[in-house]
Write a protein that binds this ligand. Structure first.
Ligand code: SAJ
Length: 444
């Protein structure tokens, strides 16, 4: 089969597709291609996950509108099935790889899952297969890691025996199917012809722009778009620290700054969590670490954002000191454990950083989070006898609390607000000690 014959099969939905990695990226993609009419096989190393999927049960946690129903539908009509066995992929024409690409404590990418998927695939790949990496990878990874592994393990030659591309995902937890269908995608091909074939493939499931580019551009766009966000958040956080120091209110400053054309100051807060924003700047940096480019802004932004949970701790320590209390002998209620408002996702949560350090100092910590079963409970009861309450996540449940009842529950009415949940004017007349990120006129 030639490249043109492959493209024709893709256009006619006759191409047989495989997705390696059935997580929050791979599973929705598999379901969408199956829904479009393709025959799809999914591969995952987790036996239980494969079993659940083949029973039509959605293994992805959290609210994902439409996913459970779509999965059940495409499995029941036989368009999608899952396996742990790579040998089941020997008849596949297109293989997408959507495995995790985390960074370790030294901010170095851990490509073990990607390497393993590529070498397993290489052993069974057939002639004229199109392989597409959907995982987020450092610039240069396609050339330096993906291509060599695939070539060596298959004994095949790029653009002669197989075709290769990189199409990073732009899906967000809670909006997986909607994002997949409606957000534009950068489509990186090792050749322009491959990029065009990939556009033909994705046009069956994506209703937004599909932008064909070289692979390095696709690698850069994905890591840069999240690094942009991290730097913007760090800027907002540093402005918040300035406002605290000079008696300003960062929220008022931000609103007025953003009235200026072409300004989009982000939200300062208690820290930056999740599986994308804290990681992708390091993937971008890794892409140039062998070159003579000294990155100063991007690592500095990461340092600012990583410092915010410790700044919350400083606000807490200062507030306790006004009542002659210290962290090590206090009982603290931490509100919010997830990394994001109205989510149960706790990956890289700033709350985790704060809580573990407070415990190291000897504090007695109680955690509340309405989205995490082990931390659910009556807030006013949980506040009873606590020396302070610390808001780390802007869950909607926290936006209309009875602050007087809260004050009466607390042993000392100290509120630390890391996400500007409390309207300080609502505390007029009450004996609260309020410390807020970015509010310089803190009440004593
Ligand atoms: N955060 C701030 N200030 C802000 C925005 C976010 O402190 O102005 C914090 C959040 O509290 C959270 C972290 O940053 O702890 C990340 O928040 P996020 O809104 O960026 O959510 P994520 O991590 O789910 O990011 C994803 C990314 N999507 C993909 O990688 C495909 C990101 O590119 C999106 O911009 C983001 O979703 C989104 O906009 O929802």
């Amino acid at each position: 089969m030639s490249h043109n014959e492959l493209k024709t099969k893709i256009i006619n939905k006759e191409a047989r597709i495989a997705i390696i990695g059935l997580g929050y990226v791979g599973l929705p993609v598999a379901c969408e291609f199956a829904r479009a009419g393709f025959d799809v096989i999914g591969v995952d190393i987790q036996v239980e996950r494969v079993k659940q999927i083949n029973q039509g049960i959605n293994p992805i946690e959290g609210e994902e509108p439409g996913l459970a129903e779509l999965l059940d539908e495409v499995v029941s009509i036989g368009k999608f099935r899952a396996t742990t066995n790579y040998n089941d992929l020997q008849d596949r024409d297109v293989v997408l790889i959507a495995v995790e690409t985390p960074v370790d404590e030294n901010n170095t990418p851990r490509y073990e899952s990607l390497r393993s998927a590529l070498s397993s695939l290489g052993k069974i790949i057939k002639q004229d297969t199109l392989v597409i990496i959907e995982s987020t990878i450092a610039p240069g990874t396609m050339n330096d890691i993906v291509l060599p592994i695939l070539s060596d393990s298959s004994g095949m030659t790029l653009n002669h025996d197989f075709y290769l591309g990189n199409c990073p995902e732009r899906v967000m937890p809670g909006k997986l199917l909607n994002n997949l269908r409606n957000i534009s995608r950068v489509v990186g091909g090792m050749t322009p012809e491959t990029a065009e074939t990939m556009v033909a493939l994705y046009s069956h499931v994506v209703k937004a722009d599909l932008d064909p580019v070289e692979c390095v551009t696709a690698e850069l766009v994905k890591t840069v778009e999240n690094t942009y966000r991290d730097v913007q958040i760090a800027f907002a956080n540093e402005v918040a620290l300035i406002c605290e120091a000079v008696g300003g209110d960062v929220w008022k400053v931000r609103d007025l700054v953003n009235k200026t054309p072409f300004r989009q100051m982000h939200l300062p807060g208690a820290g930056v969590g999740g599986h994308c924003i804290p990681k992708d700047p390091w993937l971008l940096a890794y892409g140039v670490n062998s070159k003579d480019v000294e990155l100063r802004l991007i690592p500095a932004a990461r340092a600012v954002n990583d410092s915010m949970p410790y700044h919350i701790e400083q606000l807490l320590e200062d507030a306790l000191a006004t009542r002659n209390k210290e962290i090590g002998k206090s009982r603290i209620l931490v509100m919010g454990y997830a990394y994001l408002e109205d989510s149960d996702d706790t990956r890289n949560s700033p709350s985790e950083t704060l809580i573990s350090h407070l415990r190291e100092l000897g504090a007695n910590i109680i955690v509340h989070d309405p989205f995490i079963v082990e931390y659910q409970g009556d807030i006013y009861q949980m506040a009873h006898g606590c020396d302070a309450i610390v808001f780390m996540v802007r869950h909607k449940d926290y936006l209309d609390l009875d602050l007087v009842a809260l004050a009466n529950s607390l042993r000392s009415p100290i509120i630390i607000d890391g996400r500007r949940i409390i309207d300080s004017t609502s505390l007029e007349g009450y004996d609260f000690i309020l410390r807020q990120i970015g509010l310089g006129t803190n009440r004593i």
